[in-house]
Design a protein around this ligand. Structure first.
Ligand SMILES: C[S@@+](CC[C@H](N)C(=O)[O-])C[C@H]1O[C@@H](n2cnc3c(N)ncnc32)[C@H](O)[C@@H]1O
Length: 405
């Protein structure tokens, strides 16, 4: 018998029946997802920010028509809504932390064409004229017990320098400019305070020299402007609100809910941004600037709603509550996508993702897909184990099946 393949009977399927291999670079053939870089932003270092490509992929798979409504109740720096605006999708975002809301609004609605550099020049002149005095004038508010925590992390001149800057920003008339400048100044708070800016808590202290906040502000402005959208999002279709996910969600129905809650005790959001939220609270009490008016900066309120905690017990209760809220808020046949990672506890894995699956299944969802998102080059989040970087982040796609509604 000849080995010549040309003499074999024709066994190939006709072309039309063959399954087309997907393009190698599409990323959809694998259930393991990786993305270039992380979602860190030059606008405001929020921590835990998702890469835009991750949300883009979720939308491409699950938000197929323009009528889709999306909710992100753990908004952070607003990645979901930023992508929703590009996809022409209607979206609502909530976060318990006012700084997340303020920074998200800035990311979404600020036109990069505004004359920011002229406004910065005027700000500098105003700061030189009255910055430190203006800060001195409100020292009575600053001295109240409520702000004792914030005060202790600053060298006095640095505290008055950053506070003076915030007060001068309060005097800016244009809402977008004022909001952007507050966000930039909030980022500077940790740079002038006696904390290590890379640390996710305020545990590391380093006594810093006098740092004039206005000089840092000008450097930061140029990079921040580059992060702004070419076309601001439409505030009638994309909205941001401060509040707890558990209380806000049931009011409406969405086709797609994306939740990316804090991972059990990894980053304490209420604490990491506290120095800035406390100082914004001081300025709000003294000068009532327009861009801060709708937000509540009181630490007690922020902490109360924040589910980033190190005790697993309330976190499990939170998982149950959020599954119940998402169930009420998801339209029939809609989906809830949960993005959640593992943590280590004394060398062993904790895997809250299994609790999320169980809780959502109890509330009318079926698990449709699990994707694993591997973080590469994401300084800080990796855990080095036996020579390997191991980092599990799960993307759980939970389908609210029609008959369970
Ligand atoms: C991991 S971050 C979300 C990051 C976001 N996906 C992004 O790309 O920027 C989690 C967020 O949940 C917020 N948060 C914590 N508890 C909350 C609650 N009960 N309701 C709403 N937001 C909450 C935190 O303030 C934090 O901004």
């Amino acid at each position: 018998m000849s080995n010549d393949q040309t003499h074999l009977p024709f066994i190939k399927e006709p072309k039309s029946k063959r399954i087309k291999p997907e393009k190698k670079d599409s990323g959809f053939i694998s259930s393991v997802w990786t993305f270039e870089g992380n979602g860190g932003s030059q606008l405001y270092r929020y921590y835990g920010t998702l890469p835009r490509q991750l949300i883009e992929r979720i939308f491409t798979l699950y938000a197929k028509n323009a009528n889709t409504r999306v909710f992100d109740p753990f908004l952070g720096l607003g990645t979901t809504l930023d992508v929703a605006a590009d996809f022409g999708i209607e979206g609502q975002g909530f976060d318990v932390n006012p700084l997340a809301c303020l920074a998200s609004e800035t990311r979404l609605y600020t036109s990069r064409d505004l004359p920011f550099l002229q406004a910065a020049d005027a700000l500098e002149r105003d700061f030189k004229k009255r910055g430190m005095n203006a800060a001195n004038n409100i020292s009575e508010i600053l001295m109240s017990d409520k702000y004792a925590y914030a005060r202790k992390w600053f060298r006095e001149e640095n505290l008055y320098s950053i506070l003076g800057l915030l007060i001068c920003i309060s005097g800016i008339k244009d809402l977008s400019t004022q909001r952007l400048f507050f966000v930039i100044a909030s980022q500077l708070v940790r740079e002038v305070a006696n904390v290590d800016t890379r640390c996710t808590h305020h545990l590391v202290t380093k006594r810093k020299d006098f740092i004039p906040a206005i000089c840092l502000f000008e450097q930061k402005l140029a990079t921040a402007i580059n992060t702004l959208r070419n076309k601001p999002a439409d505030s009638n279709r994309i909205s941001v609100m401060q509040g707890s996910a558990i209380d806000l969600l049931p009011q409406d129905k969405a086709d797609l809910i994306i939740i990316h809650p804090p991972y059990l005790g990894v980053i304490h959001y209420h604490l990491i941004h506290r120095l800035a939220t406390d100082l914004l609270d001081v300025v709000k009490s003294a000068h009532a600037p327009i861009s801060l008016s709708k937000y509540d900066f009181s630490y007690a309120r922020i902490k109360e709603g924040d589910v980033s905690t190190d005790s697993s017990k309330p976190y499990n209760k939170f998982i149950q509550n959020i599954a119940a809220s998402c169930s009420k808020a998801t339209a029939a046949n809609g989906r809830c996508v949960v993005i959640i990672g593992d943590q280590r506890n004394k060398g062993h894995l904790r895997h809250p993702f299994t609790d999320f699956i169980a809780a959502f299944e109890q509330h009318g969802f079926l698990l449709e897909e699990i994707f694993v998102w591997l973080l590469e080059n994401n300084g800080g989040m990796h855990i080095l184990r036996r020579g390997h970087f191991i980092d599990h982040n799960y993307i759980l796609v939970l389908h609210k099946v029609a008959e369970a509604c």
